[in-house]
Design a protein around this ligand. Structure first.
Ligand code: SF4
Length: 394
């Protein structure tokens, strides 16, 4: 690998700005400024299986690409599947340890290992095809062929920083772009994606994310060759190129807007942003939006703010009174409505722990499944103290 050919911008020892703009912080800010503000308050984050799969695949690809094999017999076959299985299984275990050490987590799905394995195999096949080695199964890959792959990898997993320290991006892979005769004609920035592939072209946000990496690389490597940028979707082995004008100027503009303030940023509740927002227990605005009908109530899954009426921790049953907003900063009053719920796994443990710690305040119930008069809360749900944040706690 030839990472030394690339300028990554200032790193250790250089004074990075207090805050930096990355593609994900930019997207989060645009979805809802309050979501970004809350994400920077040091609150407990959630982990789920898509994160576990993504990390295990990315870390395994990185390790496989870094393994030195040039002293081995170039005609040796049948080594890659064994090596990649061993590496994946180590990273899977590491991710599992992190998962169970995280307080906010969905249910662990053992079967997701198969998805990660498929994702890793496909990522390796995509790398091979970039080195023009196609229509071949992994056991048939020789050391000589893999050396060809290593030859096109300029860098894998690196952090780019703009000289001013304001912009930051993490690259998965930087590859040589080669022509039919294997002559280097430029660079390709590759972002590995283990999530759902696009039906047609890249979404606006992913397109901008990829151009952000490209333009940051251009910014700190003024003598760069032509650079292309692609999203590689492992689930269906498709490569999607991101094209379009430079995002650098907009990125510097966005950097100015994300400087954290004592008071929360504006909240812009809407179905898309609030749907999977992990900060609802700290955000009074979605609750107001539910009650003024800006946000719809869903028929099968609902979030609620409640007080506890009864709790049988042996049976895993609880009854709750629904609370409604009584002010704009998360203040509450009783409603006439209440419901019973069966609790299991994470939400049951969380409610037990809150009880054991003597917590008596209002609760945020994330994702209750409605089943007639009763509700169910399992691995997909969580119970947290209702704790609207109206001043920064950083
Ligand atoms: S719950 Fe909705 S309004 Fe509140 S921070 Fe999240 S996305 Fe923004």
């Amino acid at each position: 690998m030839e990472a030394e050919r690339i300028n990554w911008g200032p790193s250790n020892g250089y004074e990075i700005q207090d805050y930096q703009l990355s593609p994900s912080s930019w997207n989060r800010y645009e979805e809802c400024p309050r979501k970004y503000w809350l994400s920077r308050q040091g609150l407990p984050k959630k982990i789920g299986m898509p994160i576990v799969i993504g990390n295990a695949v990315h870390n395994s690809v990185e390790e496989i690409c870094n393994i030195e094999i040039s002293d081995r017999n170039p005609s040796e076959k049948d080594w890659l599947p064994k090596l990649s299985s061993e590496i994946l299984s180590n990273h899977w275990q590491l991710q599992k340890d992190i998962f169970f050490a995280t307080s906010r987590r969905s249910g662990w799905k053992k079967k997701s290992y198969t998805k990660a394995k498929e994702g890793l195999d496909k990522a390796l096949l995509m790398l091979l095809s970039q080195a023009k080695i196609t229509d071949i199964d992994l056991p048939e890959i020789t050391i000589g062929m893999w050396n060809k792959v290593r030859d096109i990898i300029l860098a894998n997993e690196g952090t780019l920083n703009s000289e001013c320290g304001k912009l930051m991006g993490r690259l998965d892979l930087l590859l040589k772009d080669v022509d039919e005769q294997d002559n280097e004609i430029g660079w390709i920035v590759v972002d590995l994606k283990t999530g759902r592939p696009p039906k047609d072209s890249l979404s606006k946000t992913v397109n901008r994310q990829l151009r952000f990496y490209r333009d940051l690389l251009i910014l700190i490597n003024p003598n760069h060759p032509p650079i292309r940028t692609e999203g590689w979707y492992t689930s269906n082995q498709t490569m999607h190129e991101a094209t379009g004008s430079s995002v650098t100027e907009d990125a510097f503009g966005a950097w100015q807007s994300i400087e954290l303030t004592e008071n929360p940023f504006q909240a812009t509740p809407n179905e898309f942003s609030c749907g999977f927002c992990e900060w609802k227990a700290w955000c009074p605005k979605w609750l107001l939006a539910i009650h003024d009908d800006t946000l719809k109530r869903h028929k099968t899954f609902n979030d609620e703010v409640v007080t506890l009426i009864n709790f049988d921790e042996e049976v895993g049953m609880a009854s709750f009174k629904i609370m409604v907003p009584d002010g704009i900063d998360g203040e509450l009053r009783d409603s006439e409505k209440s419901f019973g719920a069966f609790l299991s796994n994470q939400p049951l443990d969380q409610l037990r722990e809150l009880q054991n710690n003597g917590y008596e305040g209002p609760l945020f119930l994330g994702s209750t499944r409605i089943d007639g008069e009763i509700r169910h809360m399992g691995d997909w749900s969580e119970i947290l103290p209702w704790n609207p944040l109206i001043k920064s706690i950083r």
